[in-house]
Design a protein. Structure first.
Length: 180
């Protein structure tokens, strides 16, 4: 019998000062049985950083053909592809062929090594690569509850997160942007 995902219900008061985007989000996030709390909370944070109409979580770890998060246009074309973790350059190359905007958010303890080994493979791809510090993501994961209220304020490259269990700051470092 297959293990079932753990469901999290998260209400988020989002203030993105960079984009003048303010919203209250009600997210239902399914944590895959093989997914860590750190990865799931990173998915939630990345969703907030990219919040926009038509942005949704995909099947994620259950489907290798889809990113973790994407946005589609009204005619069902992918307009934003978001991968979380340390994907192979070939996967991102394929994503750039089907989406005009591709973002990757690296977050774990091997993130620095991955980027050092892979960065030359990304230089010709139209993608943006970001990195969170692992220790900050670990702190965020400690605040996870099955039902929670979170306040997230994004200013410059930092996310300020407040929950009933505590607060933290998480910097989002841009490693590579083909558009600049």
């Amino acid at each position: 019998m297959a293990l079932k995902p753990t469901i999290y219900k998260i209400r988020i008061a989002l203030s993105d000062l960079n984009r003048n985007y303010y919203d209250t989000l009600s997210l239902t996030i399914a944590q895959h049985p093989s997914e860590t709390l750190e990865r799931m909370m990173t998915r939630m944070l990345v969703f907030c950083i990219n919040a926009q109409e038509h942005l949704i979580f995909t099947k994620g770890l259950s489907s290798t053909e889809e990113p973790d998060i994407w946005a589609r246009t009204l005619d069902n074309k992918i307009s934003l592809w978001i991968d979380i973790g340390e994907p192979a350059a070939d996967r991102i190359k394929k994503a750039t062929r089907i989406s005009p905007q591709v973002n990757v958010y690296s977050f774990n303890s091997k993130s620095g090594v991955w980027w050092h080994q892979e960065q030359s493979k990304f230089k010709h791809l139209t993608a943006s690569i970001f990195q969170f510090q692992w220790k900050n993501i670990q702190t965020l994961a400690k605040f996870a509850q099955r039902t929670m209220d979170i306040s997230i304020t994004i200013s410059d490259d930092t996310c300020y997160i407040a929950t009933e269990l505590g607060e933290c700051e998480i910097a989002c470092t841009l490693l590579f942007n083909s558009h600049s």
